[in-house]
Design a protein around this ligand. Structure first.
Ligand code: GDP
Ligand code: IMO
Ligand code: MG
Length: 428
C-alpha cells in the first residue's frame, strides 16, 4: 500500500505541483488534504501552464482518481470555475474527482472577513491570499462551520447560513463598519454550485482506505509549506491549516500506518510571499535577478515573491517535523549564471551561533545568517538530458545539501516541464 506524501519544506511555492505531476504518472490516486484555493500549483504540460488551486495536480494525467480531502476548505464557486477551466482543455474531471462530504465550506463572509481583518491589523497584517481561508478554519474550530454534506441538504443549509449570518453580520457591521450579507444570493449561488458538484461528493475516507488496502499507489499532495504550518511554522505569519506530513492523517482521514515515505520539495533557494521574518532574504540585485529568472510571482495572487539564499537551519527543521525520507530539489536552473551561490548553515544571534530554528519571531528577526559559499554553475541547463551531464558545481551543491540535511535527494528539477528533471531514487 504505497502512500507517498509530498510536502513543501519551505514557505510554499517550492514546486510541489511539478513534482506531484511527475510522480502521478505512476500513481493511482492523488489526494489534497489541507488548505484551499490559497494554493497555486503550476504544472507545465506541452507548453500549457496549468494553474491548480483546489484540484489535485494528478488531474492532468488521464484516469487518475483525485480527492479533495476532509481537511480542506472549499469555496464551491471557485471549485466549479476550476472544473470548467480544466474541462475547457478537454480534461475529464467529473468522473475522477471525489470531494469529501466532511470538508468545510468557505462562505462569502469568510472572504470579506479575511480582507477586513487584514486591513484592521495595519502594520501587523499577514499578507494573506484573502481567499477566506483563516476565517473558514476559525469557524470549523468554533464549531459553527458549514460542511459539504450540509450543502447537499438545502433546507438545513439555509438554516445554517441564516444562523451564521445573524452573528457574522453583527461583526461585519458593528466591528468593521461594512455592509452585511443578504441570505438570498448566497443560498442561490451555493445551491447552484451544489448541483454541479453533488455527484462527486462522497465519503472519501472509504475510497482512500480501499485503495490503500488494495495496494494502489497514493500520492498525498501538500499545499503551502512547513513554515506556514499553524503549529510548526513561523506563527503568526502562517496559514490556518497543517501543511506538514502529519496533516495528512487528519486531513485525508487515514492512519499513519498507511504512509510509507515523505518527500520534501525544496526550492534551490528560498522564497516567501506574504509577511514575516526571512533571515536569508536578499534585498539586493541578486534577489532581483533570482526573482526575474525564476519568475517568482505568486500563482494565486500575482504578488512578487521575496527571494533569498537556501536556508539549512530551516531545512533541518523541516526534515525533523516532517520525518522527511527524501528531498526533491527544484529550480536549480534559476541559480545558473551566478558566480557564487550561498547556503545558510547557521544563524548568529546576540553573538552566539544558533543551529536550531527558533520559535520566537523576535529572535528569528534578529538572526544574521552564517553562509558557506560555493562556486556557481552556468546558465541554460534546462535541456540537459543525462544526469551525468549536469555541471559539476551543481552536483557539488546537491551533495552539500545532502550532507547538511542528512537526507538523500531523490529528484532533481532543472525546468518546469515534465522532461526537465532526473529521478535519482525511484519512489514508486
Ligand atoms: P507549488 O505551489 O509548490 O506547486 O509551486 P508554484 O507552482 O507556486 O511555483 C513553482 C513555479 O516554478 C511554477 O511556476 C513551476 O512551473 C516552476 N518550476 C517548478 N520546477 C521548476 C524548475 O526546476 N525550474 C524552473 N525554472 N521552474 C520550475
Ligand atoms: P502553495 O500551495 C505560498 C501564505 C500567504 C500568507 C499566509 C497566510 O502554492 O505553496 P492564507 O491566505 O493562507 O491565510 O495566507 O500564507 N500562503 C502561501 N504562500 N504558497 C502558498 O501555497 C500559500 N498559501 C498561503 O501568502 O503569507
Ligand atoms: Mg504555489
Amino acid at each position: 500500500m504505497p502512500g507517498i506524501v509530498v510536502i513543501g519544506a519551505q514557505w510554499g511555492d517550492e514546486g510541489k505541483g511539478r513534482i506531484v505531476d511527475y510522480l502521478a504518472s505512476r500513481a493511482d490516486m492523488v489526494v489534497r488534504y489541507q488548505g484551499g484555493n490559497n494554493a497555486g500549483h503550476t504544472v507545465e504540460v506541452n507548453d500549457i501552464r496549468f494553474k491548480l488551486h483546489l484540484i489535485p495536480s494528478g488531474i492532468l494525467h488521464p484516469g487518475k482518481i483525485c480527492v479533495i480531502g476532509n481537511g480542506m476548505v472549499i469555496d464551491p464557486i471557485a471549485l466549479v470555475d476550476e472544473i470548467m477551466y480544466l474541462e475547457g482543455y478537454g480534461i475529464d474531471v467529473k468522473s475522477r474527482l471525489k470531494i469529501s462530504d466532511r470538508a468545510h465550506l468557505i462562505m462569502p463572509y469568510h472572504k470579506l472577513l479575511d480582507e477586513v481583518i487584514e486591513e484592521h491589523k495595519g502594520e501587523l497584517q499577514l499578507g494573506t491570499t484573502r481567499r477566506g481561508i483563516g476565517p473558514a478554519y476559525v469557524d470549523k474550530a468554533e464549531r459553527i462551520g458549514i460542511r459539504v454534506c450540509d450543502l447537499l441538504e438545502p433546507k438545513y443549509f439555509e438554516e445554517k447560513v441564516e444562523q451564521n449570518l445573524r452573528m457574522k453580520n453583527e461583526i461585519i457591521q458593528k466591528v468593521y463598519g461594512k455592509k452585511g450579507f443578504e441570505k438570498g444570493p448566497i443560498i442561490e449561488s451555493y445551491l447552484k454550485a451544489a448541483e454541479q458538484i453533488k455527484d462527486m461528493v462522497c465519503d472519501t475516507t472509504s475510497i482512500i482506505y480501499e485503495f490503500s488496502k488494495n495496494d494502489k499507489k497514493i500520492l498525498y499532495e501538500g499545499a503551502q509549506g512547513t513554515l506556514l504550518d499553524v503549529d510548526l511554522g513561523t506563527y503568526p505569519y502562517v496559514t490556518s491549516s497543517h501543511p506538514i506530513a502529519g496533516g495528512v492523517c487528519i486531513g485525508a482521514g487515514i492512519g499513519p500506518t498507511l504512509i510509507d515515505s515523505v518527500v520534501g520539495v525544496v526550492k534551490a533557494y528560498t522564497t516567501r510571499v506574504g509577511k514575516g521574518p526571512f533571515p536569508t532574504e536578499l534585498l539586493d540585485k541578486t534577489g532581483d535577478i533570482i526573482r526575474e529568472k525564476g519568475y517568482e510571482y505568486g500563482t494565486t495572487t500575482g504578488r512578487p515573491r521575496r527571494c533569498g539564499w537556501l536556508d539549512i537551519v530551516m531545512l533541518r527543521y523541516a526534515v525533523k517535523v516532517n520525518g522527511l525520507s527524501y528531498i526533491a530539489i527544484t529550480k536549480l536552473d534559476t541559480l545558473g549564471g551566478l558566480e557564487k551561490v550561498k547556503i545558510c548553515i547557521g544563524y548568529k544571534y546576540k553573538g552566539k551561533t544558533i543551529t536550531d530554528f527558533p520559535a520566537s519571531l523576535n529572535v528569528l528577526s534578529e538572526c544574521e545568517p552564517i553562509y558557506e559559499e560555493l562556486p556557481g554553475w552556468e546558465e541554460g541547463i534546462s535541456d540537459i538530458k543525462r544526469v551525468e551531464e549536469l555541471p559539476e558545481n551543481l552536483i557539488k551543491y546537491i551533495y552539500k545539501i545532502e550532507e547538511l540535511t542528512g537526507v538523500k535527494v531523490a529528484f532533481i528539477s532543472i525546468g518546469p516541464k515534465r522532461e526537465q528533471g532526473f529521478e535519482i531514487v525511484k519512489l514508486f
